[in-house]
Design a protein around this ligand. Structure first.
Ligand code: NAD
Length: 296
């Protein structure tokens, strides 16, 4: 069994750390929030007094943090991971962050002699709890192989996406597609309904025709056709519009840096930013349907 340091015990990191502990590993945890640490200890993890202490005890370091600036300070800052990690430790950052920060932190970790991967996840808190996340992993093959046994505990599908930063690229490109397809699905259902076609009839036709997509068949933004969709529970998330907006902003950042035209991605970002401006970004991202209809 392995000693693991886990930093960032929020909605996602908390249950991920729990699964590593339940698999029999010793998980040394660190978070700015004492409540988050207390919950992890109840779930079988071991509290520490600092990132440095947690990391110095781990042969593996896992982090699940809000953004690139925080990941950089946790890894590269004073008292951080690189300063304190044990020789030969494998570093796994599961946060969703900008590609440039991911590459910078992995590059500096390698210079300091550590194997590191970016391993952002798809799947929300339910998948984190059940250990069924999808991991998209960027980094050297050896680093991927070293990280995989631990990712296998926290997830169901583990993909090696190629070089450092490619995990973030895969995650961001996928979620840009998801945001665009949700808006397109919302427009189509609204157009159908406003012209006399009820949501169920349009769903029956389009879900077996060429308009079929995940946003329609799993997360249908119009209430009714998909029983488990957030649209049938007043758009409670699910996957909040605020989180979709974060990923769409990351997509625009990398598009600009790589001089890539993403006109629909830019439009999707603008529409979700409008939802944020209306104070409705706590709704599920399929709640954009209500905005398209002029209801919010
Ligand atoms: P969260 O805000 O619930 O958790 C973040 C945790 O990090 C908090 O407990 C916070 O106290 C801690 N933290 C912040 N700065 C710290 C620091 N300097 N040192 C130690 N701890 C620190 O966020 P979350 O929902 O768990 O998301 C984490 C990451 O996972 C994000 O990058 C997010 O984009 C990604 N993600 C989230 C979901 C989801 O459904 N929630 C799904 C896929 C990916």
């Amino acid at each position: 069994m392995t000693n693991i340091a886990f930093i960032g015990l929020g909605n996602m990191g908390g249950p991920m750390a729990k699964n590593l502990a339940q698999a029999g590993h010793t998980v040394y945890v660190s978070d700015l929030s004492k409540d988050a640490v207390d919950r992890a200890v109840e779930a079988g993890c071991v509290a520490t007094s600092s990132i440095g202490e947690a990391v110095s005890k781990g042969d593996v370091v896992v982090s699940m943090l809000p953004n690139g600036a925080i990941v950089k300070s946790v890894y590269l800052g004073d008292g951080g991971v690189l300063e304190n990690a044990a020789k030969g430790a494998v570093l796994i950052d599961c946060s969703t962050i900008d590609v440039a920060s991911a590459k910078e932190v992995i590059g500096k970790s390698q210079e300091a002699g550590f194997a590191m991967v970016d391993a952002p996840v798809s799947g929300g808190t339910a998948a984190a709890d059940a250990g069924t996340l999808t991991f998209m992993v960027g980094g050297e093959k050896d680093a991927f192989e070293s990280a995989k046994p631990y990712l296998d505990i926290m997830g169901k599908n583990i993909f090696h996406a190629g070089k450092a930063g490619n995990g973030q690229v895969a995650k961001i490109a996928n979620n840009m597609l998801l945001g665009i397809s949700m808006i397109a699905t919302s427009e189509a259902f609204n157009l159908a309904e406003r012209n006399g076609l009820d949501a169920q009839t349009f769903f029956d036709i389009s879900s077996t025709a060429s308009g079929q997509c995940w946003s329609m068949t799993s997360y249908c933004p119009a209430p009714g056709p998909v029983e488990t969709a957030p649209s049938n529970r007043e758009y409670q998330p699910g996957f909040a519009a605020a989180m979709m907006l974060k990923d769409l902003r990351l997509a625009q950042e990398v598009a600009q840096q790589s001089k890539t035209a993403t006109p629909l991605g830019a439009q999707a970002e603008a529409l979700y930013a409008l939802m944020e401006a209306k104070g409705k970004d706590g709704l599920d991202f399929s709640g954009i349907f209500k905005m398209i209809r002029g209801e919010i």
